[in-house]
Ligand binder design. Structure first.
Ligand code: H79
Length: 437
């Protein structure tokens, strides 16, 4: 259905591929991979520019092979990837003419962004760039008194002269570089607004208009504005194309005040850090990631799953292993994820539903074994056939003797006799494809 509001109509058009893609890779990489205590290390440990400089001097990711990253993403079933062109520490992974604080001036000597873009495009993946609105290296960014800046409590910074408009010029200039000198960019992922540092503080309308002029198709996240204006029926130019819940999956997805769907993408780490953290072993299991991806899709959302390559440029082994297992499930069950969204059915006790937006096919994601046959509320007589998605084998619609008191409900089972209880064919998520009559 076409929305009468032009901002929403354009947003719906632009996000079409994105909502089909459903699963992407976030990559947090920069100098902070060397201290290896997460990307907020400068802020948390209040590290000065001078003290942080040693990582700039040392940076030399000899094992950086974006082709290998791209292959891992593709094999994991991801359809797009977003790399940190600049994180809060201000270090640029690209050859900006506007700063000396960039990868090409380190031992590494390479334009890491350019190589990333080329490698991921070569695998047929869409590409995005993360750009931090905060900048703890730029001399015109607020330091003393800012809630996050590493020098927030350092009295020496109290009376330093700053000209914030120069910082905003720098931000606009760098975005212009990224959108003019690096080919087709699918997503710009800004991070983040807070307090008064929001919206027009960044000259956000100009920034968005520039991006749309240079790359009309580009998707922009919603963090240029801190007020979640994307969730209104009347968003601004810079409200963004998709909402970006971080480290959480909203209870009911994201909708506007009238219940209309708002495109959204949950960004989630594999352990508890975005940037490489050498002792963080709190990895989520492949099973959890798969089920959470299903949860996002069942609520009309995407999942942007993070990896934090180390100082040498390698994605941690644990992360690669999880990605491989997610990919192997997706190879068999991807039809229940890509191009799918909310099914419009109540959430069943045993798992979740997704539905292909074009074909209307329903996917029953069975996480938990039932006692006897699997019960689908209120669908009796409405389903023509059921197939196990991974091999296309028939799952008969059944009516075991003990179900006669529940004539409205549909029943299917994974074995014969049909009233007995069977282990699920796939303990992670057994997917049944239901074709409605
Ligand atoms: O880039 C990733 C994060 O670094 C960034 N967004 C994602 C995509 C992010 N910015 N802000 N936040 C996340 C939230 C900040 C949380 C904080 Fe903290 C709580 C900052 C200080 C206390 C988390 C815990 C970071 C350091 C300690």
């Amino acid at each position: 259905m076409q929305n009468s509001n032009p901002v929403i109509r354009d947003r719906n058009q632009r996000t079409e591929w994105f909502l089909e893609a459903r699963f992407g890779m976030f990559i947090h990489w920069g100098l902070y991979a060397i201290p290896a205590r997460g990307e907020w290390v400068r802020s948390v440990e209040k590290i000065s520019n001078e003290a942080y400089q040693k990582y700039f001097e040392e940076f030399d990711p000899v094992a950086y092979d974006p082709g290998a990253w791209a292959k891992a993403a593709k094999k994991a079933g991801m359809k797009y990837a977003v790399l940190t062109a600049k994180h809060h520490d201000g270090f640029c992974l690209f050859d900006s003419k506007l700063t000396e604080y960039k990868s090409t001036n380190t031992k590494c000597g390479r334009d890491l962004v350019r190589e990333f873009l080329e490698a991921f495009r070569a695998e047929g993946l869409k590409v995005g760039l993360y750009y931090s609105l905060l900048d703890w290296h730029h001399e015109d960014y607020p330091a003393f008194g800012d809630p996050f800046h590493p020098m927030r409590e350092n009295e020496e910074y109290k009376d330093r002269k700053r000209d914030f408009s120069r910082y905003v010029d720098y931000l606009h200039g760098q975005v212009k570089e990224l959108l003019t000198e690096y080919g087709h960019i699918d997503i710009m992922w800004y991070d983040f607004s807070y307090d008064n540092m929001t919206g027009e503080t960044w000259r956000a309308a100009d920034l968005v208009n520039m991006a749309r002029q240079l790359q009309p198709h580009i998707l922009i996240d919603n963090r240029l504005d801190g007020s979640q204006s994307i969730k209104t029926g009347n968003p601004f130019t810079y409200s963004g194309d998709f909402a970006s819940p971080e480290q959480l999956i909203p209870a009911n997805g994201v909708t506007d005040g009238s219940g209309n769907p708002v495109p959204w993408e949950a960004c989630i780490t594999l352990n508890n850090n975005w940037g490489y953290h050498s002792s963080d072993r709190n990895y989520k299991s492949p099973k959890l990631i798969i089920r959470k991806l299903v949860e996002c899709v069942s609520k009309n959302g995407n999942m942007l799953l993070n990896v934090g390559p180390d100082a040498k440029g390698q994605i941690p082994e644990e992360s690669l292993s999880i990605l491989e297992q997610v990919g192997s499930w997706l190879r068999q069950n991807g039809s229940s994820i890509y191009g799918c969204g909310k099914a419009g059915l109540p959430k069943p006790d045993w798992g979740r539903f997704t539905r292909n937006i074009k074909t209307g096919k329903i996917y029953a994601h069975v996480f938990e074994q039932s006692i006897g046959a699997v019960c689908v509320e209120n669908l009796a007589g409405k389903v023509g056939s059921i197939r196990l998605l991974k091999d296309g084998s028939e799952i008969p619609v059944t009516r075991p003797w003990n179900t006669h008191d529940y004539p409205e409900d549909l029943f299917f089972n994974f074995g014969i006799p049909d009233g007995a209880t069977y282990p699920l064919p796939d303990d992670i998520d057994t997917v049944a494809e239901l074709e409605l009559i």
